[in-house]
Design a protein around this ligand. Structure first.
Ligand code: ADP
Ligand code: MG
Length: 301
């Protein structure tokens, strides 16, 4: 099979591992910098050009779109979809997952457990907003932050108000969330492929740090999920319409709460913590799904 990995940087661990895993299974794998793709939007023969040559005969793509490149990256994925190529994550689902508010609204609609979360536009409404999630301490997040950047714990009402005013003064969109104290600086990353959790790890933030992101110095270890956590993670990914995703959960006094669903989950942390060949499992999923999609399309004729 011929597989494209859409990635800006071929030296990244996740990108390298996917290529390696695909080749180990006998596939032809090409890493494509989607920022260098240009497209011809025509009905009869939609194409994608890459460094002067058309990209042809691909059976599947695995998008690894950077958070700051969502607009162009999803446009390239969409063009592959128009050309009938299977994508591990579809372009719409990637866009959905990039906005924390949109993501939580979709999960809420499916009845998935979330921390109590609020959002407001006008600074006149800040007091009400903080009270609506149960009052301080609260967590304030930029809607499009990643890797723990733009996530702030405000211990008091006054601190929360100042932070929200500062963000809104910069015209940044934010959400405000109840602080789940009992999670004690730890969260759980569930790596979901299709309708299964294939690997999971607990991440613990540095001493005195409430954010557990590995990019913020958090440490990871393998963890066994409860059946409830497992099904919550799978339902969350399904609600988002993703094929491959990382679901972040907090263990709260009233069960597993979903923090976010990530459409380009890193492989390095999870493979190191669990010793599971997650890249190989992604390739399995993508190749099987591509064949199914192709058979379905063929049977329509
Ligand atoms: P990012 O997209 O930047 O990773 P997250 O929403 O995942 O943002 O938050 C980063 C980390 O902060 C989480 O992994 C978790 O450890 C901690 N955190 C986020 N929200 C809460 C919350 N409501 N209560 C307790 N800890 C939280
Ligand atoms: Mg996160």
């Amino acid at each position: 099979m011929k597989i494209a990995i859409l990635s800006q940087d071929s030296s990244l661990y996740s990108t390298r591992r996917l290529k390696e895993a695909g080749e180990a299974q006998g596939h032809e794998v090409q890493i494509i910098n989607y920022l260098r793709c240009y497209m011809n939007i025509t009905a009869h023969k939609p194409t994608i050009m890459y460094k002067g040559k058309p990209l042809e005969d691909f059976d599947a793509v695995i998008p690894r779109i950077g958070a700051s490149r969502t607009f162009y990256g999803t446009a390239v994925v969409r063009q592959f979809e128009v050309m009938g190529v299977f994508s591990a994550n579809d372009s719409q689902a990637i866009s959905r997952s990039r906005d924390k508010l949109r993501c939580l609204q979709l999960l809420a609609r499916k009845g998935i457990g979330l921390p109590v979360t609020g959002c407001a536009h006008a600074t006149e409404d800040i007091d009400g907003l903080i009270e609506s999630v149960g009052g301080a301490p609260v967590v304030i997040k930029l809607l499009e932050g990643t890797q723990g950047i733009g996530v702030v714990l405000a211990e008091t009402h006054q601190a929360a108000k100042s932070v929200i005013e500062a963000f809104r003064g910069l015209d940044a969109n934010i959400l405000v969330q109840e602080y789940i104290k009992e999670s004690q600086g730890a969260d759980i990353r569930c790596f979901v492929i299709g309708d299964k959790v294939v690997a999971s790890m607990k991440r613990q933030g540095l001493e005195g740090e409430f954010r557990s992101n590995l990019h913020r110095g958090g440490k990871a270890e393998k963890i066994k999920l409860t059946p409830e956590e497992r099904s919550t993670a799978v339902r969350a990914v399904k609600a988002m319409g993703l094929g491959v995703a990382g679901v972040d959960l907090l263990r709260s006094n009233h069960g597993a709460l979903v923090l976010e669903v990530n459409s380009s989950p890193g492989l390095e942390g999870i493979e190191a913590a669990t010793n599971i060949d997650v890249a190989g499992k992604i390739i399995d999923f993508v190749t099987k799904s591509a064949i199914q999609v192709k058979n379905r399309a063929d049977s329509q004729y």
